[in-house]
Design a binder for this molecule. Structure first.
Ligand code: GLU
Length: 420
């Protein structure tokens, strides 16, 4: 084992392989090439946790990784997932650096994670995990230092507990410590909807380039969390047909299109999409359904060399982080599937987070309409630039997005120079 092997995971290897290919392609300065493969800071914490009905105390492991500290504070979500490990969090922090750079945010990438399955946790258990994890992160987070946000398994309430815990330690309210908060604490509805709606806005722009219309497309969405559900709603509002969606509780299908507002009402009561009367139960693999656009919006690594050949969608919009493995990516490319990569497709989340943070730190409020317009403007401009890079270099959108992101981060690091 070399000294850097502790960061290695499957996702990390994939992220670095992509990075290596692109740095070679752009002939990245050798002084920066190795540096950007490793995070500047990686904190591992362990802390005690007691479940409601047991007396024994468990020890829980958590992480916070900050990739690049050259361009401003670091930014990135916190995920609760049983499989979270240092390598995965590092890979996701690196992706956050490219993502923030391609939409022009003054942030370096970060990510956090707690290795716990959030699904069986009661509200009080989740609150205890969150407060103690936040306390453990105190040395590395801060309004101008590192700003967490939501990710897999965390939500607005989780962000509220982080804000409350941090504010109690500091001794004054600190809304800017975290984004994706409830509106009552200075969060914005735009943030909640931004990732899903942003993904659809970019997909719409991509389809236009090919002379096609999003509104006449059939859409399949894997995952009905924060990203999937607003991608579904936006698709429905544009007149597209969302023919299938799933979540942990089931999968549903309706060839004529699912009524998404009705589905929202259903899940408000039933928690899962499973059993919704306006669609049939789906037994087939949702990823392999015949459709125009597939939006994986759940966990990473779901499209692999085992199922890529069976994918029938013509466009894949990566709402989730890292849903497609590199080997699958190659197969899909050969089959002429257009992939809108995660670092572009889901960049709406961190962009809306940036707006929320600016409002919090300036104590100034923008109107929701203004926020939404700014969000779409930032995302579609980034898409246009990436489209031009892809045409100019005859590369796919993922490579083009990485070219833009890596160049920007590398330029910032090289310009700051070496310390000491
Ligand atoms: N989890 C989001 C992402 O992967 C970012 C969280 C944030 O808003 O900081 O892009």
């Amino acid at each position: 084992m070399t000294n850097t092997d502790l960061f290695v995971s499957n996702m990390y290897k994939e992220v670095i392989k992509q990075y290596d290919e692109v740095s070679e392609f752009i002939n990245l300065d050798s002084n920066i090439r190795e540096r950007l493969k490793l995070p500047q800071r990686a904190l591992t914490v362990t802390f005690p946790f007691r479940r409601d009905e047991y007396d024994e105390v468990e020890t829980v492991v958590g992480f916070r990784v900050q990739h690049v500290l050259s361009m401003g504070p670091t930014k990135g979500g916190i995920r609760y997932d049983a499989d979270v490990n240092l390598g995965e969090v590092t890979a996701l922090a690196i992706l956050m650096s490219w993502k923030s750079a391609i939409v022009g945010l003054p942030y370096g990438g970060a990510k956090g994670g707690v290795a716990i399955d959030p699904n069986p946790l009661s509200r009080t258990e989740k609150q205890r995990v969150t407060r103690r994890y936040t306390a453990e992160l105190l040395p590395v987070i801060g309004v101008d230092k590192d700003i967490p946000g939501p990710d897999l398994g965390t939500d607005e309430q989780t962000m509220a507990w982080i804000m409350d815990t941090y504010s109690n330690f500091v001794g004054s309210p600190q809304p800017g410590i975290v984004t994706g908060k409830p509106a009552s604490l200075g969060g914005s509805i735009t943030r909640r909807e931004a990732t899903g709606r942003g993904a659809v806005a970019i997909a719409n722009a991509a389809l236009e380039k090919e002379g096609k219309e999003y509104k006449n497309s059939s859409i399949v969405i894997q995952g009905f969390g924060n990203v999937g559900r607003y991608a579904a709603l936006d698709s429905f509002e544009r007149g597209a047909k969302v023919i299938a969606v799933n979540d942990l509780g089931g999968a549903i299908y309706n060839r004529d299109g699912i009524n998404i507002p009705e589905l929202f009402k259903y899940i408000a009561k039933n928690k899962s999409v499973g059993g919704f009367e306006g669609a049939d139960k789906l037994d087939d693999d949702i990823l392999e359904l015949d459709c125009d656009i597939l939006i994986p919006a759940a966990v990473g690594g779901v499209i692999t060399s085992n199922n890529a050949e069976n994918i029938k969608a013509k466009v894949i919009v990566e709402g989730a982080n890292s849903p497609t493995t590199l080997s699958a990516d190659k197969i899909l490319k050969e089959n002429n599937v257009m992939i809108i990569p995660d670092i572009l497709a889901n960049a709406g989340g961190v962009t809306a987070s940036y707006f929320e943070w600016v409002q919090n730190t300036q104590n100034y409020l923008w109107k929701e309409k203004e926020l939404h317009e700014r969000l779409i403007d930032v995302l579609t401009s980034a898409f246009e630039e990436i489209w031009i890079i892809s045409e100019k270099n005859q590369v796919d959108l993922r490579t083009a997005a990485l070219i833009k992101g890596i160049k920007k981060v590398a330029a910032a690091k090289l310009t700051r120079g070496l310390f000491p």
